[in-house]
Design a protein around this ligand. Structure first.
Ligand SMILES: *[C@@H]1O[C@H](CO)[C@@H](O)[C@H](O)[C@H]1NC(C)=O
Ligand SMILES: *[C@@H]1O[C@H](CO)[C@@H](O)[C@H](O)[C@H]1NC(C)=O
Length: 345
């Protein structure tokens, strides 16, 4: 549940889409909650890429690891109480600068973290604040130049002295600590975050009964990590973005992801007999994966424009599959089940 919440937060801050595919990130989501609630005033969820690795709150004052034991626990506990203690104090001070009503529950959230690029060098380090769910200030630290850039509410409120002291803290503490923790966690969790799972891709064409046109959909699912390039092509040329719907990355329950992109095709365009294909680029694939349309458009979507062709092809497919299955049945039981489930779908 937390993971899902974090996932949507990720998207709303638009961080995930710009991260390069082989890089890794450590994000902390800190929540300061004021008002009558059963929750601790301050809590932190620590995420390595899209996997929760630890939790911290102001009642426990201790880092609680999720499903693993750290090799550097003592040092990490010290770092955590230093960094999270500071974030807690800072967020409390910031909280009282907002307009709020003491009879209501209010939350101040901060998403802060760092990235490690493909070549093992530190990438961007960022922090973003949201008060009652609305983003309002952001900060970016350039590790190479040791320079801090601030936006929004912070930019208005901070004096140059304040900015200099925060920059100093990032240079000497926050940035090195974040990268060190990221490397430790990456080592401990490599089997989870460095796994590569290939997408299953289908290209479906469905007739739209109202207009007589069709909807062409490319669906990729079951892949990990989440970075994917999914492109719909018309006669080999990418279809322009404004004609495409979908494209949101969605989580599956097993920790993998799915994405679909659709294109509506008018009756006139259907008559022009274009060829639609889909290509997929993913870390798990050595080459681009090119996908042609499924022959059977699926239950209840049999094309009314060319029903004879579709039926004929479906029939051929069924006959072919049955013949093929009979031939293989005694030899290869796995092939047998695989064929019957995928031959015509
Ligand atoms: C705070 O909320 C209460 C209950 O909704 C309302 O009666 C009161 O007027 C609010 N106070 C302010 C200052 O907005
Ligand atoms: C997707 O395309 C962009 C731009 O061509 C490229 O930089 C990136 O590595 C690609 N991502 C994957 C997962 O192949």
């Amino acid at each position: 549940m937390l993971q899902l919440m974090f996932f949507f937060l990720f998207c709303s801050f638009q961080i995930s889409s710009t991260v390069k595919s082989g890089s890794h990130s450590l994000w902390t989501l800190s929540t300061l909650i004021k008002g009558d609630t059963p929750f601790p005033e301050f809590s932190v969820v620590v995420m390595l890429d899209d996997i929760q690795v630890a939790y911290y709150d102001s009642n426990e004052n201790n880092l609680i690891y999720r499903q693993f034991k750290s090799e550097h626990e003592d040092e990490e506990q010290k770092d955590a109480s230093f960094v999270f203690g500071n974030i807690h104090k800072d967020m409390k001070a910031l909280f009282y600068t907002y307009q709020f009503n003491r009879t209501h529950v209010h939350t101040l959230q901060r998403l802060a973290g760092c990235e490690l690029l493909d070549d093992d060098t530190p990438g961007r380090q960022r922090a973003l604040n949201a008060f009652n769910g609305v983003d309002d200030s952001a900060l970016q630290f350039n590790v190479q130049k040791k320079a801090l850039q601030i936006e929004g509410f912070w930019q208005i409120k901070w004096s140059q002295t304040r900015k200099d002291s925060v920059e100093w803290m990032y240079t000497h503490f926050y940035s090195p600590i974040c990268i060190k923790l990221l490397k430790n966690f990456l080592h401990m969790k490599k089997n989870d975050v460095m796994r590569k799972v290939k997408p299953r891709v289908r290209l479906l064409q469905k007739t739209l009964p109202d207009s007589g046109g069709a909807k062409v959909t490319c669906l990729a699912t079951g892949f990990y990590p989440r970075h994917i390039n999914l492109t719909l092509l018309r006669d080999g040329q990418p279809v322009s973005d404004h004609q495409i719907t979908g494209g949101e990355l969605l989580p599956n329950l097993d920790g993998t992801y799915q994405m679909r992109k659709s294109l509506e095709v008018s009756t006139e365009e259907l008559r022009e007999k274009h060829h639609y294909t889909c290509t997929v680029e993913h870390l798990s694939l050595d080459n681009k994966l090119d996908v042609k349309p499924d022959l059977d458009p699926g239950v209840g979507t049999v094309s009314i424009v060319i029903p004879v062709v579709v039926l004929g092809v479906a029939l051929l497919c069924v006959v072919g599959a049955v013949v093929f299955m009979r031939r293989r049945r005694h030899r290869d039981p796995f092939m047998n089940t695989w064929m019957s489930s995928t031959a015509c779908t």
